[in-house]
Design a protein. Structure first.
Ligand SMILES: Nc1ncnc2c1ncn2[C@@H]1O[C@H](COP(=O)(O)OP(=O)(O)O)[C@@H](O)[C@H]1O
Ligand SMILES: [Mg+2]
Length: 152
């Protein structure tokens, strides 16, 4: 049988195998465990190995903890969206909180390690791709991608 699909059409086919899971989460630390469990369920289904699943769980915990401790002041929910397709898991954690100066988000100087301030650094080292956007007054989005079966 001829393969009549061009590369772009094949790409679109791939995207058809994608799913989106959206969660709205109370800004309470006790919910971080629930997000971890959800994350490991989704990642496990996608064929990530145990080590990769552990890494993704650590990254999502740091992102959720940031949304709770830095992002939101009042009683409000933050959001966790999971996008999955055959090759990747993309997790977006975003809040409508006060946001922060992007100067605050930087790679720490390993010679001057203080307590804390490592969350973003950890997320960047455990995930394949990380994008952060933060606007004063509009909240913060952290979008992190992990590819299936790729050693990046
Ligand atoms: N969701 C968020 N809302 C507002 N500020 C944030 C958010 N996430 C991170 N930040 C800012 O980025 C800084 C670095 O975050 P992180 O590396 O996790 O260190 P820590 O949480 O220990 O301070 C935080 O101190 C905070 O100023
Ligand atoms: Mg943190």
């Amino acid at each position: 049988m001829y393969n009549t699909l061009n590369t772009k059409e094949q790409m679109n086919m791939k995207e058809k195998n994608s799913d989106i899971i959206k969660l709205s989460v109370p800004n309470k630390p006790e919910y971080v465990g629930i997000i971890r469990l959800t994350t490991s369920g989704i990642a496990n289904r996608m064929g990530f190995d145990i080590e990769e699943i552990e890494d993704i769980k650590v990254a999502i915990s740091e992102a959720c903890t940031n949304a709770i401790t830095h992002g939101i002041c009042q009683e409000e929910n933050f959001n966790v969206d999971f996008y999955t397709d055959e090759e990747k898991l993309v997790i977006s954690v975003y809040d409508n909180g006060k946001g922060c100066l992007s100067d605050n988000i930087k790679i720490p100087n390993m010679e001057e390690l203080k307590e804390g301030g490592l969350g973003i650094f950890i997320i960047k080292s455990l995930m394949d791709d990380v994008e952060i956007s933060s606007n004063s007054g509009k909240g913060t989005l952290i979008k992190m991608t992990k590819y299936v079966g790729d050693d990046f």
